[in-house]
Design a protein. Structure first.
Length: 247
């Protein structure tokens, strides 16, 4: 009987590894890693994002196992479209930041900072219709902090009703008891944090090249913006099921 439990826990850990490589994780972690100047800080923030995400999944899993609360059937469709619209806006915001006359090609903006700059720029252009001499607003600079990435991870966990997460809830609820179900959730969390840690370490090394090669930084920024807009369109129109599996 022990081998069956061990096999089930291994399956939960593999689901965590798979879930950690989803499109939303890749977009969030690439953004977090891109704007850090230290690989150690990038890794720490990436892990905090993963822990926040895993915490939400565990809370939802406990609700499924202990209280037998089903997840709303409409949650996936609604959150998918909200995330899609957000990715499009933020992708365009990155482009606006790149085109800003005071932007530094070696400093990639976080998408939150880029979104603020886009709103400021649009407001400035509107006001210039009435005040032609109005000065352009200064570039807004903001970087991720530990609490902010933890919160982002938690929010993504609420709207991450992906097949791997649903399979986890089904598997954990059938492991033979509450304790076994909790172990399944813990195994999933370990797999998720491990995968996101590997992704953060890899991406921070790639993005670190912008400090030595400013042109590479601009290419990476444009690529990230195109990725955000493309995935955003797919999510907005509910086509995510057509996306190829990343693992």
């Amino acid at each position: 009987m022990h081998w069956k439990l061990e096999a089930a826990l291994a399956a939960c850990a593999l689901l965590g590894l798979r879930h950690g490589f989803d499109y939303d994780h890749l977009a969030a972690i690439s953004d977090i890693a891109a704007v850090q100047t230290s690989r150690r800080r990038a890794l720490g923030l990436g892990l905090l994002y993963a822990v926040g995400h895993a915490l939400t999944v565990i809370v939802l899993g406990v609700a499924v196992i202990r209280m037998h609360l089903p997840l709303p059937v409409w949650l996936d469709a609604v959150t998918e479209r909200v995330i899609g619209a957000t990715l499009i806006v933020l992708g365009l915001a990155v482009v606006a930041g790149l085109l800003h006359p005071h932007a530094h090609p070696e400093r990639m903006q976080s998408r939150i900072a880029a979104g603020v700059n886009l709103a400021r720029t649009l407001g400035w252009r509107l006001l210039r219709l009435f005040e032609p001499e109005r000065e352009r607003p200064a570039l807004f600079a903001w970087n991720y902090s530990g609490p902010s990435v933890f919160l982002i991870g938690m929010v993504h966990g609420v709207g991450a009703e992906t097949p791997s997460q649903l399979m986890l809830f089904l598997l954990a609820s059938r492991l033979g008891g509450t304790m076994q179900g909790m172990l399944g959730l813990a195994a999933f969390a370990v797999g998720l944090v491990t995968m996101n840690g590997v992704m953060t370490a890899s991406l921070s090394g790639i993005f670190g090249s912008r400090l030595r090669h400013p042109l590479a930084g601009r290419i990476l920024a444009w690529t990230g913006a195109a990725y955000s807009c493309g995935i955003g369109v797919v999510f907005l129109f509910g086509w995510s099921s057509a996306l190829p599996s990343l693992m």
